[in-house]
Design a protein around this ligand. Structure first.
Ligand code: NAD
Length: 697
């Protein structure tokens, strides 16, 4: 795990190389192994200096998030952190010079390890990066990061680096005083060795262990008094650690960090974020759902049918990934508009200086606008993004398949129409699949991949290869009305509409959702999507389902708003809000007359509970029905698809956090008060009865 070797000049190399892992991480075993290595070199009289290095292409990834996720005892976590802090202090004060030679990613506690060395040299490699990304996972920077960065870079530079989780390149790290030298890749160990044998022999003390040391930027500021309120967020906690730590010696400051790290690490917010944003997202990006044994499909040229909002966005993402996109629509003007959409996006990048004009032309040349289906010859894949209309979709599918190679994948970007039904228009239903991109497709990372009844494993695997090539995140679901994302989102919007029907005012409904961390109020979202589209969905459901159709509150409210009141949504400046132009909007005052308040209205907390739990119940139904196969997919899909708050993990993370039993009890209560839409599915009752859970943490 950690190898120690000493050369004839008395320089010991401690090389981190944890077996069975792509990266080195901090956990109880590696901390113990490193402690033993440090003890060995410190007590060996033949050792004059110590080089800390990595046997992997990255230096160190910091805390083992699997260990953090599995740890629910704050005191045990505190003890681990304290042990690490003590070890780093032993390195700093042991009297022997220690240097770090870094290449690749140097993150979190791994960066802190480097900062505890007396000299730090980095390889000038493209992927050499430094930082503390922990805040993104609801954690404090770990392993002493807050206090050593504060002392090396000063308070002003430390705060943004530590509260935003930003990664910086070697040159920037050097500018901030966090590393001492940047050398050509491959020379970092030699450079560190040179320092150990030269300058290092004279100087083996950290600046903060020398008399008169001052933290930059403090400018005589007084120590803050005890805070009146607890910190509201992890970044705020980091800032308090910095402010408090700046006014004490390093040892006491490390104590402040250790306490805060341990307390935060065991919170459900941290666990939810680590589980969903780190582990589940990593698995999705690794294409964990890809069936095995199917050769990887590389893509050179694909077809996109329909050059509207979605088609042109998909063309943009395709061209950016180095793949040619034949963009087809009904007439040349439409395809030219589609390509122009991409030109406008790229032009913004050129203006900002993040892309050269030459690169823009090169990428744009990959988008081939045409009305001629013959251009689809040789395409490995075609994605239709024409109107949400079965007949139009069937027509373009037939036309495309007449030209596409027989083994090409045919995909639909439909957001609601079941894939198995659309595949009826296909000559090769085994090659037919749903690839549901989100708007704007050029930016949104999620793609919901929908397997129809006849979709083959090979088609799924090859479609996932395309999503991987785009650098987007896929979640694979099975067919059903609205699949997963549109179905749960609609259940959520329907709950907001139910609150409207009860006469709760717009501001209160929006606040109830925003308080839970939803990124935008549900009524503003309905206005953006358009009430008219909501009516279309309702009509489609009615005609598809016949007697089985169950009207929801959003169907009723949208139909009334559109048909009786002419309030179609933001596009006509009239919906739940009146739109004044620009970003200005005001809740429509007439709504209270249409939906007068009932005698008793739900409190803000009760409205929040309904808006959040309805998403979890509907998601649990998707799992019960086999639409969603893995809870992780549901959580990733919700966070990336509609901005579900990652602090809750996702709709399933939320159930897990509450405990299934507690969730079922809450749903039984809500079902009694508000209707059967809250009735918990049997899956959950069975899981609760058997003491099972969705996740192991
Ligand atoms: P859009 O109206 O902007 O674009 C549709 C395009 O299809 C238009 O350019 C139209 O000219 C073209 N078209 C229509 N009939 C055609 C035909 N016979 N041959 C060739 N082209 C034809 O619509 P959009 O918002 O881009 O949606 C397209 C599809 O993507 C729909 O199925 C929709 O449900 C789905 N979708 C939309 C969103 C969204 O937020 N807008 C999100 C996900 C999925």
């Amino acid at each position: 795990m950690i190898n120690v070797s000493t050369d004839q000049d008395g320089i010991a190399t401690i090389e981190w190389n944890m077996p069975g892992r792509a990266q080195n991480v901090l956990n109880e075993a590696s901390i113990d192994a490193f402690a033993a290595a440090i003890r060995q070199v410190m007590t060996d009289p033949a050792v004059k200096g110590v080089l800390v290095a990595s046997g992997k292409s990255d230096f160190h990834a910091g805390a083992d998030l699997g260990m953090v996720l599995g740890q629910s005892d704050a005191e045990h976590m505190h003890a681990i952190v304290q042990k690490w802090h003590k070890l780093l202090r032993q390195m700093e004060t042991g009297g022997k010079p220690i240097a770090a030679a870094m290449s690749g990613a140097t993150l979190g506690g791994g960066f802190a390890l480097a900062l505890a060395c007396h000299y730090r040299v980095a390889a000038d490699r493209r992927n050499t990066s430094f930082g503390f990304p922990e805040v993104k996972f609801g954690l404090l920077p770990d392993g002493s990061g807050t206090q050593r960065v504060l002392r090396l870079a000063g308070i002003e530079a430390a705060a943004p680096l530590l509260t935003k989780g930003k990664l910086i390149r070697a040159a920037e790290a050097q500018r901030l005083g966090l590393i001492d030298a940047v050398v050509p890749a491959g020379e970092e160990r030699a450079a560190a060795r040179g320092w150990l044998l030269g300058e290092g022999q004279k100087q083996a003390r950290q600046p903060w262990d020398q008399p008169g040391f001052q933290i930059r930027g403090l400018n005589g500021a007084k120590a803050p008094g005890p805070a009146a309120t607890p910190p509201r967020s992890v970044p705020e906690r980091v800032v308090r650690c910095l402010e408090q730590g700046a006014h004490t010696g390093l040892d006491e400051a490390l104590g402040i960090e250790a306490r805060n790290f341990a307390d935060v690490a065991v919170t459900s917010e941290a666990k939810n974020k680590i589980r969903t944003l780190f582990f589940a997202m990593k698995a999705a990006n690794r294409l964990a759902a890809r069936p095995e044994g199917i050769p990887t499909q590389t893509y050179k040229r694909i077809g996109i049918l329909g050059a509207g909002m979605m088609g042109s966005g998909i063309a943009y993402a395709t061209a950016m990934a180095g793949i040619e996109a034949v963009l087809i629509d009904r007439d040349q003007a439409a395809v030219d508009r589609g390509k122009h959409h991409s030109r406008r996006q790229f032009a913004k990048a050129v203006e900002k200086g993040t892309m050269t004009a030459e690169a823009m032309e090169k990428v744009l040349s990959r988008i081939i606008p045409t009305t001629d289906y013959a251009a689809l010859a040789g395409c490995e894949l075609a994605i239709e993004a024409v109107f949400e209309d079965r007949a139009v979709k069937a027509e373009v599918t037939r036309k495309a398949e007449a030209v596409l190679p027989p083994d090409a994948v045919m995909a639909s970007n439909t957001s609601t129409l079941p894939i198995t039904g659309l595949a009826e228009a296909s000559q090769r239903p085994a090659n037919f699949i749903g690839l549901h991109f989100f708007s704007p497709a050029e930016r949104m990372p999620l793609v919901e991949v929908i397997r129809g009844e006849q979709t083959s494993d090979a088609t799924l695997a090859r479609a996932l290869d395309f999503i991987g090539a785009l650098g987007k995140t896929p979640v694979v679901v099975h067919d059903g009305r609205g699949f997963y994302t549109s179905r749960v989102l609609r259940a959520y919007l329907a709950e907001a509409a139910a609150l409207v029907e009860e006469g709760v005012d717009v501001a209160a409904i929006e606040k109830a959702a925003l308080n839970a961390g939803m990124p935008i109020g549900p009524l503003a979202l309905i206005d953006d999507v358009s009430l008219e589209l909501m009516v279309k969905f309702a009509q489609q459901d009615k005609s598809d389902l016949g007697d089985a159709y169950q009207e929801s509150a959003v169907d009723r409210v949208a139909t009334l708003m559109v048909e009786k009141l002419g309030r179609l949504g933001r596009k006509v400046k009239k919906g739940f809000y009146d739109y004044a132009g620009g970003h200005e909007k005001h809740p429509w005052p007439g709504l209270a007359e249409v939906f007068p308040p009932k005698k008793t209205l739900p409190s803000l907390e009760a409205a929040t509970e309904r808006l959040i739990l309805i998403q979890s119940v509907e998601t649990a139904r998707c799992i019960e029905e086999g639409v969603v196969l893995h809870p992780q997919d549901a959580d990733v899909g919700a966070v990336l698809g509609w901005g579900y708050p990652s602090a809750l993990g996702g709709p399933i993370g939320c159930i897990h956090t509450m405990g299934i039993e507690g969730f079922v009890a809450a749903c039984d209560r809500l079902a009694k008060d508000n209707g059967a839409r809250f009735a918990p599915p049997n899956l959950l009752r069975n899981m609760a009865a058997k003491g099972r859970s969705f996740y192991s943490d």
